[in-house]
Design a protein around this ligand. Structure first.
Ligand SMILES: *[C@@H]1O[C@H](CO)[C@@H](O)[C@H](O)[C@H]1NC(C)=O
Ligand SMILES: *[C@@H]1O[C@H](CO)[C@@H](O)[C@H](O)[C@H]1NC(C)=O
Ligand SMILES: *[C@@H]1O[C@H](CO)[C@@H](O)[C@H](O)[C@H]1NC(C)=O
Ligand SMILES: *[C@@H]1O[C@H](CO)[C@@H](O)[C@H](O)[C@H]1NC(C)=O
Length: 364
């Protein structure tokens, strides 16, 4: 699925590991929407007031300026909806969808493409052949060197020091199964049936059944040891979670969600459903799990869910105790140009984002 998303999560967690928490306040600055006042531990959050701009909010520790929403003018991949050939990388819009190279045809890579972008859905670009040609994606258990060589809904499962592995369906490994430690990142493994995993201190990693916060999710805390999971019978223990800073005005830390609760779970369910809908396979493998494919083959509701869950699973832990202005600024990111403001509010209402926001207001 989306490995790059998990890297972002890792980045957020790394940032959270810092010592004393900054305090977040509502501001009215026009130069920066997120501003770290020099020599203080105060972060000022302000709305972007220029129409068509939003505040990208990764907690990078740097000042952030308002950014213009990008227009979707990029060339399209095979399988994406099109109305003119000039919109497609391949310069071939056929019956409303971009058409690329077929199996056995050349996939000469150009810098404009991601690796497999020349090939039609169901194919990848085999660079081991000279010249490179499009070939069918590999089935379960076939040897591979990267996820994008494997069928939709499967990845290239390989040991930590290996450069090759086998294609394996996501969620295929039962709880209790030992897995390569490298495939367990931040307690998440896409190959485990419940998506959760645990690494023992001796380095052995296993899939575990879903655990949640033993106390209320998002309790206040001082140290990680305060954030214990429900009992994991595979790991034979309560697992220690993460006590992290959030975007709140008092510098309080809160226990983060475990992968089995909150929006991360919704995010994973969404992609399971997306796979099952057989829509992913209508797109080129490089974009099958992105908004580009969802925009072409999913519903408006799918797209709204995608943005909401992707965004919220990354940020929900930061919003605990946040002042409503912070939530308001954050929401501007979700109001993406492809969806009208009304749509967002409507969808949001249906999927709990609105409730999440009122929860934040109540927490004040
Ligand atoms: C934010 O901008 C101010 C003023 O330009 C600067 O003094 C400060 O060091 C910046 N903070 C960070 C974290 O970059
Ligand atoms: C995006 O498209 C709109 C309408 O076509 C245009 O007014 C606007 O300037 C464009 N924005 C960018 C950043 O290109
Ligand atoms: C590591 O520890 C776990 C739990 O105690 C045990 O099940 C596993 O066999 C150990 N692995 C190695 C390689 O010793
Ligand atoms: C930003 O705008 C929203 C909605 O327009 C408003 O509710 C919020 O209070 C504003 N925040 C600040 C910091 O002005």
């Amino acid at each position: 699925m989306s490995g790059e998303k998990l890297c972002i999560l890792a980045l957020l967690l790394a940032f959270a590991a810092g010592q004393s928490c900054p305090t977040y306040t509502c501001g009215t600055r026009t130069d920066f929407c997120i501003y770290y006042a020099p020599n203080t531990n105060v972060v000022e959050v302000s709305n972007c007031t220029t129409t068509g701009t939003y505040c990208p909010m990764p907690p990078s520790g740097a000042n952030v300026t308002c950014t213009t929403k990008a227009n979707n003018t990029y060339p399209k991949y095979p399988g994406e909806k099109c109305s003119a050939s000039s919109q497609c990388f391949s310069n071939n819009c056929y019956k409303g969808y971009c058409k690329g190279a077929q199996a056995g045809e050349y996939c000469l890579t150009s810098s404009a493409y991601l690796r497999n972008g020349a090939c039609n859905p169901g194919l990848y670009c085999d660079l081991a052949q000279v010249p490179a040609i499009c070939v069918p994606l590999k089935e379960d258990f076939e040897p591979c060197t990267s996820d994008s060589q494997c069928e939709y809904g499967t990845g290239c499962y390989m040991c930590d020091t290996c450069s090759a592995g086998i294609c394996l369906e996501y969620g295929q490994l039962d709880s209790g199964t030992e897995i390569y430690a490298g495939s367990c990142q931040n307690s998440y493994s896409k190959y485990c049936e419940d998506g959760q995993c645990f690494v023992f201190s001796n380095g052995t990693a296993i899939c575990i059944e879903e655990v949640e916060n033993r106390n209320y999710a998002n309790s206040m805390c001082l140290t990680n040891t305060a954030c214990q999971s429900t009992f994991s019978k595979e790991a034979q223990r309560f697992i220690t979670g993460t006590c992290q800073c959030t975007w709140n005005p008092t510098g309080t830390k809160y226990c983060s969600s475990f992968p089995g609760e909150g929006y991360f779970e919704k995010f994973l369910e969404f992609f399971d459903d997306w796979d099952e809908s057989e829509n992913a396979e209508k797109c080129n493998i490089d974009i099958a799990y992105t908004d580009r494919c969802i925009r072409s083959h999913g519903s408006t509701k799918d797209l709204a869910k995608y943005y909401l869950y992707t965004y919220m699973y990354m940020y929900e832990n930061y919003l605990v105790g946040a002042p409503s202005c912070v939530a308001g600024v954050m929401k501007s990111v979700l109001s993406l140009s492809s969806l009208s403001e009304n749509k967002i509010f409507y969808e949001v209402d249906n999927f709990g984002f609105y409730l999440a926001l009122s929860g934040i207001v109540l927490a004040l």
